[in-house]
Design a protein around this ligand. Structure first.
Ligand SMILES: Cc1cc2nc3c(=O)[nH]c(=O)nc-3n(C[C@H](O)[C@H](O)[C@H](O)COP(=O)(O)OP(=O)(O)OC[C@H]3O[C@@H](n4cnc5c(N)ncnc54)[C@H](O)[C@@H]3O)c2cc1C
Length: 287
């Protein structure tokens, strides 16, 4: 694939985006596959490509803001995210299970979001945590919930002149957390299904409860309706709510993307998480 541009600054990249509609190439692990033509032939795309993976000062790094939000630069790699102390647990777990080591050293969070595959690992925990995406263009900046930015399978709200600059995760403190990805094997496996869940208990009351399913439809699924069945309920009520909650969740996930056995697996994972809360399991991390 001919790389048409290697901008030396972010401003230059934004100008190329505006004037030439150049496609950002970060790790290249998705783009190279999208543009592939066959053995011995260089990948080809219908628009010019610009490399952005070296713009570390402007698009890299992971930091914690004063309000406790964690800001992950768009070109932070899965390996950097997996090994960061400040990145929330669910996101670290997802990053550490992406592909194999070599892939994790190249694959970026901006690329994972930009590709918007329903099987991509990072959007699922990020949407659980109400993460926002920061988008920049030569004309300014906008910020929106990642859940709104990803519109469907391989479809985002990215404008032709924009670049994903960073992802902002608001602070959370959970009493219980759950993450699981199921693939064909442990390493180098695209997700068949994944689930994150989290709950906060205060004085015997569930004050926060959330769950998100990956590879379960055209985009990550969160059902606020199902979540609200558990929130503000005493822990001792949960057992009685479980059947209705599981039914509501089952309605939310797409029957086309999820055959019955995968839906059953999702129900079992949610049941395991809810049981841990009811039983007051002390660890916090539910496996
Ligand atoms: C062997 C193999 C195994 C894989 N395993 C997994 C896996 O287990 N889990 C998983 O989730 N994915 C997996 N992938 C897919 C891929 O590695 C990830 O989606 C990765 O995060 C993409 O990041 P990248 O930096 O390589 O993206 P790129 O290929 O550089 O870009 C992907 C898309 O995002 C756009 N883009 C990139 N950066 C930006 C930006 N800053 N602003 C705007 N748009 C941007 C690009 O223009 C392109 O459309 C695998 C891929 C391969 C080849």
């Amino acid at each position: 694939m001919a790389v048409n541009y290697v901008p030396s600054t972010l401003d230059e990249a934004l100008l190329l985006r505006k004037d030439r509609k150049a496609i950002p190439l970060a790790g290249g692990t998705d783009i190279m596959v999208q543009g592939k033509r066959g053995l011995g032939l260089a990948p080809q795309l219908d628009r010019p490509v610009m490399i952005i993976s070296h713009l570390k000062d402007e698009l890299g790094g992971i930091r914690k803001d004063e309000d406790g939000s964690v800001v992950i630069g768009a070109i932070a790699t899965a390996a950097e995210i997996a090994s960061s102390d400040i990145v929330p647990w669910h996101v670290r777990m997802a990053a550490s299970g992406m592909g194999a080591i070599a892939l994790r050293n190249s694959a970026t969070i901006g690329g994972n979001i930009g590709n918007a595959s329903p099987k991509g690992d990072l959007p699922q925990p990020l949407i659980l945590l109400d993460a926002e995406v920061v988008l920049i263009s030569f004309d300014g900046e906008r910020r929106m919930l990642l859940d709104d930015f990803i519109k469907g399978s391989k479809t985002t709200d990215l404008h032709d002149d924009e670049i994903i600059a960073s992802i902002v995760i608001p602070p959370h403190e959970f009493t219980y957390s759950y993450y699981r990805k199921i693939g064909m094997r442990k390493a180098n496996a695209i997700s068949k299904l994944s689930l994150s869940a989290a709950a906060t208990i205060k004085d015997g009351l569930v004050v926060d409860f959330r769950a998100s399913s990956g590879a379960a439809g055209p985009k990550v699924i969160r059902s606020r309706e199902a979540e609200s069945m558990i929130i503000r309920r005493p822990v001792e009520d949960i057992e009685g709510i479980v059947p209705d909650f599981l039914e509501a969740w089952d309605h939310a996930i797409s029957p086309h993307a999820m055959p019955r056995y995968r839906r059953n697996t999702t129900s079992r994972m949610l049941t395991r998480f809810l049981e841990a809360i009811v039983n007051g399991e002390p660890e916090g991390i539910v496996r």
